[in-house]
Design a protein around this ligand. Structure first.
Ligand code: SAM
Length: 237
């Protein structure tokens, strides 16, 4: 992978960035994504934010190597602290982290979001936490995508700010409102895998002491299995 040739996962993240956007890529690591966006005329300008010095240095080298110093600013900063009001950022990408970490970056950096029209988020796990955050903060889910790369399944969530409160069902929060409309083969594979895994955990919990904690955890998993199976069985019938 390099700035000209992104991985399939990052290419699909790039696909959701509107043409002409001013982008902040948070947790940019090597800065391949912002370099690709500028090199391909998708973004005019970008900020690459990175909290760890090693990746920050490698992002700086990458931007320099591509001759993009005047279009991409690389900043050593935590989360949305990398976004300054004068940047005029219109789209934020956060990819390759867990859903809860992405949520904490959004939550802690809320004051940097006015003016941002679109969030393109690619959690490696726990996409539900992002949907919970979206509902709590009036961001609607306008697009979702599910893809497979090197045997791993990834979800991409695209959020846009809403003025009116939004609501989602438990099933939509867990599995994704747009993904539920399409129910692709990869979606099927992901939820079959997850529900098989949860069933194994529930079975193993049967043979341990039934403390309140275990009972509650088991109940939570059983409810999730039911939500998923309802969808998978609807598909098979
Ligand atoms: N976004 C790239 C991708 O999707 O391939 C890199 C993903 S890499 C696994 C996650 C990066 O996020 C790491 O370089 C890490 O240092 C950075 N990171 C983690 N927490 C961060 C935070 N709060 N602010 C900025 N960067 C963060």
């Amino acid at each position: 992978m390099n700035a000209q040739q992104l991985s399939h996962r990052l290419t699909r993240v790039a696909h959701h960035v509107p043409k002409g956007a001013v982008v902040a890529d948070i947790g940019s690591d090597h800065a391949y994504l912002p370099c690709y966006l500028v090199l391909n005329g998708i973004a005019g300008k970008a900020v690459a934010g990175e909290v760890v010095r090693g990746p920050f240095e490698s992002a700086k080298r990458q931007v320099q190597q591509e001759g993009l110093n005047s279009q991409i600013e690389v900043r050593l900063a935590s989360g949305l602290d990398a976004v300054h009001p004068e940047d005029g950022i219109t789209a934020v990408t956060i990819a390759g982290m867990g859903g809860p970490l992405i949520c904490s970056i959004l939550e802690q950096g809320k004051d940097r979001l006015p003016g941002v029209e679109r969030l393109i988020l690619q959690p490696n796990v726990h996409a539900k936490s992002i949907r919970d955050w979206a509902v709590a903060n009036n961001w609607s889910i306008v697009e979702e995508e599910i893809l497979k790369e090197n045997e791993k399944i990834y979800e991409i969530l695209v959020l846009e700010k809403e003025q009116t409160p939004i609501s989602l069902t438990q099933q939509q929060l867990l599995m994704g409102p747009k993904l539920l409309e399409e129910k692709t083969a990869i979606f099927h594979e992901k939820w079959t895998r997850e529900s098989d895994q949860w069933k194994k955990i529930v079975a193993s919990m049967e043979s341990t002491a039934q403390t309140m904690e275990i009972i509650e955890k088991k109940q939570e998993l059983v409810e999730k299995i039911q939500l998923v199976e309802e969808v998978l069985q609807r598909e098979n019938s």
